[in-house]
Design a protein around this ligand. Structure first.
Ligand code: AMP
Length: 426
């Protein structure tokens, strides 16, 4: 099937083709006609499937067909969990709408509200927003929702995970009841289903990839490794397999900062991206990574949500996520829209239950390999026949488990810290 067969106007088909899209993705084939038809849609689509175009293209077509927004009015509202995703959705609105006469704006926290307020003042056909900032602005009377026609809840599961439910409900309560509502989610918990039941009317369910499944285009690898040697293993894989770039996930902001520093000391170009960084710093790191200037982007789950990086070949789970669903989101960063990619999970003995939970969720086995020279020596706590002294040593080692440099210290007691020790062991 090609784009012309979806019922989209020539201006939108041209914009999609300009972008280099030759054929619509499965979620676009399923969702576009329904959205054009004005139906409420509940879509199971993980990021990377082309879901943004699946709602943006038909919405723009409907908006272009009638009317325009008056002062302060928003005709479409797209709610997203993170600033990065909001920026990317807004960018898609601008790209796909380049041949149409429509106005759009994006609002999120962490930056000055004045330019956002000015953009809304003129009236917008599409407003993309994160819930917190939008609620602030709406309560100040900056936005008029009385002419709102379409609401999109993008990555709804993540909005719930991030605790936005109350803000979302307060915003939705301000919207006209008579509207079209579209909800996109990678996973379908009871909470997501109940959210859909409260806000969607006779929704049609579409399913691009079954919920909780990972894309087949991603080759998933897992390596058993001691906690203290994860950093050196990462460096080893990067060099041995001659990666050009990798997106690396850490569980904590602190861990991401620390790993990034250690990688820089080892001679790599690396930067962390997480919620404690200013919006500008996050944007700079992302741009540097996208342009290829940065070899390693070290992210936490929340910051990485919505990052749209074309042709990202390697994703590394430096720490396995503590919530199995996050694994699906993380590896959805690669293998996007037809490209192939690989994910590499560094699994310590303590992580094995998490790996099993992930396998259960995706209903797929992830073989656990050993890399020569990095075979783990840590034993599971249950098989612990170690004396108190050994147990204390292990506890200390695992307390510094995210510190790659300690890898060389715990095994080779008096090596100097810093790049040279990495280079030798990598
Ligand atoms: P999304 O799932 O919306 O985050 O989109 C993932 C990636 O797929 C983005 O880089 C889009 O630009 C790209 N994309 C969307 N639709 C298509 C298409 N029909 N053909 C090729 N790439 C696409």
């Amino acid at each position: 099937m090609n784009f012309d067969a979806l019922g989209l106007s020539p201006n939108l088909v041209k914009a999609a083709k300009d972008r280099g899209y030759t054929r619509p993705t499965p979620i676009q084939i399923k969702a576009v006609p329904l959205v054009l038809d004005g139906q409420d849609v509940l879509a199971a689509a993980q990021t990377g499937t082309g879901k943004t175009a699946a709602f943006v293209l038909p919405i723009l077509q409907r908006l272009a067909f009638v009317g325009g927004a008056r002062r302060k009015q928003a005709r479409t509202l797209v709610l997203t969990p993170t600033r990065e995703l909001a920026s990317q959705v807004h960018e898609s609105v601008r790209i796909y709408g380049q041949y149409l006469d429509l106005r759009s704006a994006v609002v999120f926290g962490g930056v000055k509200p004045e330019p956002q307020i000015a953009a809304i003042e003129a009236g917008v056909d599409v407003l993309v927003a994160t819930p917190g900032r939008l609620l602030d602005l709406a309560q100040q009377g900056v936005v008029d929702f009385s002419a709102l026609e379409v609401l999109v809840l993008d990555e709804a599961d993540r909005m719930l995970d991030m605790g936005f439910i109350h803000d979302m409900r307060r915003i939705i309560d301000m919207l006209p009841v008579n509207r079209q509502t579209l909800m996109f989610s990678a996973t379908f918990s009871k909470e997501i289903r109940s959210l859909a039941a409260s806000y969607l009317v006779d929704p049609v369910s579409v399913d691009a990839a079954p919920a909780n499944s990972t894309t087949e285009l991603v080759e998933q690898r897992a390596y058993a490794v001691d906690a203290s040697r994860k950093g050196v293993l990462l460096v080893h894989l990067f060099r041995k397999e001659q990666w050009s770039q990798a997106l690396v996930f850490c569980r904590t902001k602190h861990g991401a900062n620390r790993l990034s520093k250690e990688l820089i000391n080892a001679g790599f170009s690396a930067a962390p991206i997480h919620g404690n960084k200013s919006q500008n710093a996050r944007q700079r790191a992302l741009e540097a990574f996208k342009s290829g200037d940065l070899q390693l982007l070290i992210a936490t789950d929340i910051a990485a949500r919505g990052l749209d990086i074309d042709q990202l070949p390697e994703v590394v789970n430096f720490d396995l996520p503590s919530v199995p669903q996050d694994y699906v989101h993380r590896i959805g960063r690669t293998g996007r829209a037809g490209a192939t990619g690989r994910s590499h999970s560094l699994v310590t003995v303590d992580d094995e239950p998490l790996l099993r939970a992930i396998e259960g969720l995706i209903r797929q086995e992830i073989p656990l390999a050993k890399v020569p020279g990095f075979e783990p020596t840590d034993r599971p706590p249950s098989s612990d026949k170690a004396g108190p002294r050994e147990r204390k040593d292990r506890k200390e080692r695992s307390a510094s488990s995210n510190d790659p440099i300690s890898a060389t210290h715990s095994r080779q007691p008096r090596r100097p810290r810093g790049p040279s020790s990495w280079k030798k062991s990598a």
